[in-house]
Design a protein around this ligand. Structure first.
Ligand SMILES: [Zn+2]
Length: 57
C-alpha cells in the first residue's frame, strides 16, 4: 500500500522537522531525512516516525 503524495507532504522528520524523502525499494518503503542521516520505515503504508525506531541511512 504506497503512501499517498498528499500524506507525504505533511510528514516531517520528528528530530529536525525537515522534509522527508520517500524511497521505495521493491515492496519496502521508507522515509529518509538527509539532514539527520536517518531512515524511518513505512509499515504497510504507516510511517513509523519515531526516533527510537529510526535507523542510520
Ligand atoms: Zn531530520
Amino acid at each position: 500500500m504506497p503512501l499517498e503524495e498528499r500524506v507525504l507532504e505533511i510528514l516531517v522528520c520528528p528530530k529536525c522537522r525537515g522534509k522527508l524523502e520517500h524511497v521505495v525499494e521493491g515492496e519496502a518503503e521508507s522515509l529518509l531525512c538527509r539532514a539527520c542521516g536517518l531512515r524511518y520505515e513505512v509499515d504497510d503504508g504507516i510511517p513509523i516516525l519515531l526516533l527510537d525506531e529510526a535507523k542510520p541511512i
